[in-house]
Write a protein that binds this ligand. Structure first.
Ligand code: MG
Length: 301
């Protein structure tokens, strides 16, 4: 099977002719939320319907990091390096402190419970941005059916002040998100109302105000096909790497598809990692894949 599909000549320089798509581990139920832990030299990710956070390292392979995980999904590290995770079942964000204590950060907005936080990023000012669609509480598979108390939304949470605010409410199903390297843009996947025959599914782009407190825009940036964008990440030059039905799609800051890393299974989420941040870890349904690229993941400004 071909590993790449090149739509734009630039993409030929982004991939490595002799780097294989490696299958690191398989047999999971559905994997999600990869995050690279550079100081631990490992990847953490979720086996979501199995209610476990898994760990992979080159030296030791696969082990369980945390079980139960409270049906955790997206993960990110804050500026201090602490792990932040979205929990479907507990309908919260939680943070793992340096001593191992797991602290609940936020469960509510205006007195109503969050739905099922799905994915999360941390901005350089320490604020935590996350999506809160209904998916995780609409079935018993990924956390348990529960009643929604408020519409889906994209939130900004400030862990210093505990201020939580809706940054965009006009989503059917906000999902993966990523800032551009200069943090002037925020990309958010809309994965739609999945009870609809024709769910809205595309990546939106917002402009972030200089003080980081407001978003504007929100237009459709790119529509991934086949499948849709669930999780996404950004490289050092601001290209987006999006999950898709046939692998990973690379999209330039103008919204143009540059090429694809073809993966034999549907991809849900992905993260750059490794010592040089040039290894893309891919959560592909039941299988964890990785591939070395001639790109590096974005650095924090
Ligand atoms: Mg997601």
């Amino acid at each position: 099977m071909e590993r790449f599909e090149i739509s734009d000549r630039r993409f030929a320089h982004y991939v490595l002719a002799n780097a294989p798509l490696e299958e690191l581990a398989t047999g999971f139920r559905w994997i999600e939320g990869p995050v690279w832990m550079g100081d631990w030299n490992c990847l953490l990710f979720q086996d979501l319907p199995r209610n476990r956070t898994m760990r992979w390292s080159e030296a030791a392979g696969i082990s369980v990091y945390r079980a139960p995980s409270n049906y955790a999904n997206g993960q990110a590290r804050d500026r201090q390096g602490r792990l932040i995770a979205c929990s479907h079942q507990a309908r919260c964000l939680y943070r793992t402190e340096f001593d191992g204590e797991v602290r609940t950060l936020v469960t509510q907005h205006e007195g109503k419970r969050l739905n099922a936080p799905n994915d999360v990023v941390v901005k350089s000012d320490g604020t935590i941005w996350f999506s809160d669609p209904l998916y995780g509480i609409s079935t018993d598979y990924e956390g348990g059916r529960q009643i929604s108390e408020q519409p889906p939304a994209l939130y900004r949470f400030d862990p210093e002040s505990n201020d939580i605010r809706v940054m965009a409410g006009d989503f059917d199903g906000p999902n993966g998100l990523a800032f551009s390297p200069d943090e002037r843009r925020l990309y958010v996947a809309e994965t739609g109302d999945q009870t609809s025959d024709t769910p809205r599914q595309y990546i939106r782009v917002f402009d972030v105000s200089p003080d980081g407190r407001r978003l504007s825009g929100g237009d459709v940036f790119h529509k991934v096909e086949p499948g849709y964008c669930d999780g996404l990440c950004v490289d050092e030059e601001g290209n987006l790497w999006s999950s898709a039905g046939d692998g990973v799609h690379c999209i330039d800051p103008g919204g143009r598809l540059l090429g694809k890393v073809l993966v034999p299974r549907t991809v849900a989420n992905l993260a750059f990692g490794g010592r040089k941040k040039n290894r893309l870890f891919i959560a592909g349904s039941q299988t964890l894949y990785a591939i070395f690229l001639n790109r590096r993941g974005a650095q924090w400004p």
